[in-house]
Design a protein around this ligand. Sequence first.
Ligand SMILES: *Cc1c(COP(=O)(O)O)cnc(C)c1O
Length: 232
Amino acid sequence: MHFIEENLKQVEQRIREACARSGRRREDVRLIVVSKTKPVSMIEEVIRLGIRDFGENKPQELRDKYDVLPKDLRWHMIGNLQRNKIKYVVGRAVMIHSIGSEELALAVDRECEKKGMVMPCLVEVNMAHEESKGGIAPEEAPAFVRSISALKHLKIEGLMTVAPYVENPGENRGYFRALRNLAVDIGSQNIDNISMRHLSMGMTGDFEIAIEEGATMIRIGSGILGERDYSV
Ligand SMILES: *Cc1c(COP(=O)(O)O)cnc(C)c1O
């Protein structure tokens, strides 16, 4: 799987260049390798190359991979989460990036209470108002954050977005910038128990633009592990 090492090297180089262009420090941008649909053997290869952060979008897949791999990895839940599957994620993931409804927030809070833990979370914002995607509309995000801020077992640490698929990544710059402005706006309201330190934005097609606009976490799958095959 030599291609993984090559891809990772190139992505790392591009991250460094985007940081340099925007006057940011490399250590302020965390690379999450999105391993959904990919086998454990591939993840082991990525671990050998020094990566510890992995993203999954299906609760059972996250559970299955967590359970067989070393316990010092950091698993990020980045996908749509149904209430009856929260139990697979709480206690395994270090962060849920996809809090997109009050019901989900309440259900995660309840599961965390049961397990005696606090879950770091991000609020997912649907910047382009795409029907096909989850997340809170940007204009509703401040009130939403306020409404879940009293939940004792969630620790809201920022915002996440999945930008539209575009040919030219520059087209997403406005969405990334608007997400950062939203985080600044919410942060300035000094809501108890809420921090806006993280912006999870940028994927294979647009991560450099996201870094230039302030991403602290980028989520890269196909650009490192190759195209996903959903037919199997
Ligand atoms: C699949 C996925 C990614 C990674 O997508 P690539 O284009 O393969 O880098 C990032 N974020 C989320 C939420 C995803 O579901």
